[in-house]
Ligand binder design. Sequence first.
Ligand code: MN
Length: 235
Amino acid sequence: MSAQTGHALPTVAPTVAAIASGGAFPVRRIYCVGRNYLDHIREMKEADEREPPFFFQKPRDAIVPDGGRVPYPPFTSDFQFEVELVVALGKGGRDIAVKQANSLIWGYAVGIDFTRRDRQRDARDMRLPWEVGKSFDASAPCGPIAQGLDPAHFNDCTITLAVNGSERQRGNIGQMIWSVPEVIAQLSKQMKLEAGDLIYTGTPAGVAPVVPGDHIAAHIDGLPPLTLTITSPEK
Ligand code: MN
């Protein structure tokens, strides 16, 4: 076997998210919850408002930090934001009870579940997997992770997203159909959770497309904001 010219294997570096107090949080996996706010289910015209939560994953190198650039992705003409509360786990386990679930939480952040909405709708209509609509480069921006918040803080907590200074999404974390502990408990029945896992917990109504040049500012009360710029497609 001879070395092939022009190839270079990657040097393996951990994917990290920023920690609000400084430092880096090593990311193991990124999980996302589909459909967790009633007003978003209604705007998407999904049929059943009481289905159990379902989960999908994004590649962990899809994280973009606060202040970052998100190149407009290929293979879509309907690239949309979804602002979400992100839960970072510092402990794992299987079959976690709801009342134990908060003890796994290391911190919280503001995140965006970027979506190729046209490809997601195709997948739904054609009963195909969601990857192409959800799991692509730069699709999981995550703001700095903050520690020390009481989980009860999120029982009545505003979540917003603005594009170019105009508010597009507004909701309350307390409106989630499945609470954070319920989401952790449900997911732990399907997967063994581990420290380093991030869970994006669903979005309220107001999702909409963005284009290159747009500036996004996402906020959740009590957490560091997440700001991003959509840039031209990468060549
Ligand atoms: Mn989402």
